[in-house]
Design a binder for this molecule. Structure first.
Ligand code: WT7
Length: 644
């Protein structure tokens, strides 16, 4: 990371929007400047106008009601996000493609807006018949198949709150999330396909359900056709439910602040946070940011490669694009199956026009070699996006030159699960891009770089990234723990939203996000809390203590290094410990390196000094004051401990 920060600091290249691109867009430099200025000067007028582009059963009379740190947006309006994402387009785009899907095994399916609407209505009716009411929670644990989008939209249509759990999470992670949300229905699949093998989702779900008595029904999508046990009375096949359900459904008229979804993400403590988003503000925010950044038209086939288990999949696979009536491409599997040309083959096959993916993927493709890309005709592409972690200038330029053939603008979008939608980016037809820098604030976003004590810093000074005002798609609370909401986001620096990232801003206002400043790692664009990893480690019967730190990784951004002490007399191999963490959380949490030690570096008061562990993990010399350590000799022993 230090290396890439250096690179960003010395990066002076800039890429202007291609002239023919800039000439075609709605969001020109001028349009952005005017809209951005208005969004800060007259937020009520600005947001009310954007809201009017969508359908409300009862139109809101006011945009924001701000009782810090609690915001309500369009509070007296009523609407339905699924209606806006589907029904609104039927007269004009009913036969247009809503979803084009390719399974890892090459299976293809297309759903028009009419077809997607019909299936969402059928599932909405089926859920209602199963006793799911507005406000009830439904957990989704699915592969990346059209049913994932259908299930989210069906929940939204009846006002049930969805909680999507990434299919790569373990049974115990699923169990914890079902319990926290208090879900009464689980929607899963028999299995999914990943890198040529099946992921046994139903088996994992069954395991999780042993600890979750509140689940009344499990709806199972038949994806792989593998044999799975079905518990009579509890488990139902998706196809059976839909066969008997009507394709007519009147969408629920929901208050703007009706909860839309919970999405768990890692924070500084061991327990993931259930980030809660609500209906109207999230709808307006994802609608506008998708429109401004991607400007999707009838000829576009847009592909955001995120899984629906992450916020990117919520906002920029499902809601944002469908609210804009776009055609969305979905791919179920791994980027390297059967080899590293899979993405490029699909872009050629389906004539994908916009690609939105993560730096980790870009760096993996770069490492695999240009030949995989060059073998394919990517002339359909017009715009490239990056999201989820800092992108190093080398990867940015490779993406631009090799994937984009030098003619596609690249947008680097900074945002978070909590922000609901894109906060910082350049607009492809409006702004020069600077590799490594996310760019300028989206409408209504008022960023600043501050010191710990809330002093605003000047150009090029590094500090904490904060947002000075509320925005429509912001999280409303941490589900079931409003104290944590207030503490984590609005108390670190009182009065402003604390993002947890370090950043700096140049004289032109471009913000460069360096990375997390809290105990959160970003591994391949996935957020993992060090405490969460440590709790998983110490749950291993042989482990006494554990401390986890990140270390720079050329492909994943950050790698996980775990320092572990064992119970006296106990033994465990590094592989045992790794497998245990994968079972506790999921494969994405598997430590890259384990270092067994006889002790961890602690202060006399017992606090682990992670700063030194980070230096050791990165292979650097120890620097800084070691005198507060109870036993400074521990550091030397840790440096010598073999990395396994
Ligand atoms: C964290 C949020 C954005 C949705 C997917 C991840 C990092 C995200 C960027 C970017 C530098 C970025 C930040 C942020 N991050 N985008 N363009 N440049 N860093 O959502 O899992 O909630 O993670 O991802 O550290 O805080 P998330």
């Amino acid at each position: 990371m230090t290396q890439s920060i250096e690179n960003v600091l010395h990066e002076h290249r800039r890429y202007a929007p291609p002239a023919e691109y800039a000439a075609r867009v709605r969001w020109t430099r001028d349009a952005y400047d005017r809209a951005y200025a208005r969004s800060l000067q007259d937020p009520d007028g600005f947001w009310s106008d954007i809201a009017r582009e969508l359908h409300w059963f009862r139109a809101p009379t006011q945009a924001l009601d701000w009782q810090p740190p609690h915001a309500q947006w369009f509070a007296d309006g009523t609407t339905n996000i699924a209606y806006n994402a589907l029904d609104r387009h039927l007269p004009t785009r009913g036969d247009a493609r809503a979803i084009v899907w390719e399974g890892e095994d090459g299976t293809q399916r297309t759903l028009t807006y009419h077809e997607l609407h019909a299936q969402v209505c059928q599932l909405a009716n089926a859920l209602t018949r199963l006793g799911v009411h507005a406000g009830d929670r439904v957990t989704l644990y699915l592969p990346l198949i059209p049913e994932a989008a259908i299930a989210m939209l069906a929940c939204a249509r009846i006002g049930a709150v969805h909680s999507v759990v990434f299919g790569g999470f373990s049974a115990s992670a699923l169990c914890e999330r079902i319990k926290d949300a208090g879900s009464k229905v689980l929607i899963t699949a028999d299995g999914g396909l990943r890198r040529g093998s099946t992921v046994n989702l139903k088996a994992s779900a069954d395991e999780a359900l042993k600890g979750t008595p509140d689940i009344e029904h499990v709806i199972v999508v038949n994806r792989t056709g593998q044999a799975v046990p079905m518990q009579a009375g509890r488990d139902l096949w998706w196809d059976d439910l839909l066969r008997d359900a009507s394709a007519e459904h009147a969408p629920a008229e929901l208050n703007s602040e009706h909860p839309l979804f919970i999405l768990y993400t890692s924070g500084s403590t061991g327990k993931p946070k259930g980030v809660l988003h609500t209906t109207g503000g999230y709808m307006v925010g994802t609608y506008l940011t998708t429109q401004a950044v991607f400007e999707l038209g009838p000829d576009d086939l847009y592909w955001c490669t995120a899984d629906v288990g992450w916020v990117t999949g919520h906002s920029y696979v499902v809601y944002g694009p469908l609210l804009n009536g776009a055609s969305v491409f979905l791919y179920e599997g791994a980027p390297n199956h059967p080899d590293w040309s899979r993405f490029w083959a699909m872009i050629e096959r389906h004539r994908v026009t916009v690609l939105y993916t993560a730096p980790t993927a870009i760096r993996s493709f770069m490492r695999a070699g240009d030949a995989f890309v060059q073998r394919h005709d990517l002339s359909s592409l017009r715009l490239l996006g990056s999201v989820g972690e800092p992108i190093n200038p080398e990867a940015w330029v490779w993406y631009h030159d090799v994937v984009g053939g030098g003619h596609c603008p690249v947008v680097d979008t900074w945002w978070q699960t909590e922000t609901g939608g894109i906060m910082l980016t350049t607009l492809p037809g409006a702004h020069d891009a600077k590799p490594g820098s996310a760019g300028l604030p989206m409408f209504g976003v008022d960023p600043a770089i501050m010191t710990r004590t809330g002093q605003e810093l000047g150009p090029d000074e590094g500090g904490f990234l904060v947002l000075k005002r509320p925005w429509p798609s912001m999280l409303r609370t941490v589900y079931g723990d409003d104290d944590r909401y207030q503490q984590s986001y609005w108390s670190e620096i009182p009065g402003v939203y604390f993002a947890g990232d370090g950043a700096r801003r140049d004289a032109e206002g471009y913000v460069t996000v360096i990375g997390r400043i809290d105990d959160v790692l970003n591994v391949s664009g996935h957020r993992l809390g060090t405490m969460e990893l440590e709790s998983a480690l110490v749950a291993h019967p042989s482990v006494a203590e554990a401390a986890v730190v990140g270390r720079p990784d050329d492909v994943k951004g950050e790698g996980i290094v775990a320092f572990v002490t064992l119970q006296s007399g106990a033994t465990a191999t590094a592989d045992d410990v790794r497998a245990h963490v994968a079972r506790e959380i999921g494969a994405i949490a598997r430590p890259d390196e384990i270092r067994f030690a006889d002790a961890l570096p602690k202060t006399r008061s017992g606090k682990i000094m992670r700063r030194f562990l980070r230096q050791i993990a990165a292979g650097q010399a120890i620097s800084g004051d070691t005198s507060t350590l109870e036993d400074p000799a521990v550091l030397e022993r840790l440096q010598q401990a073999p990395a396994q």
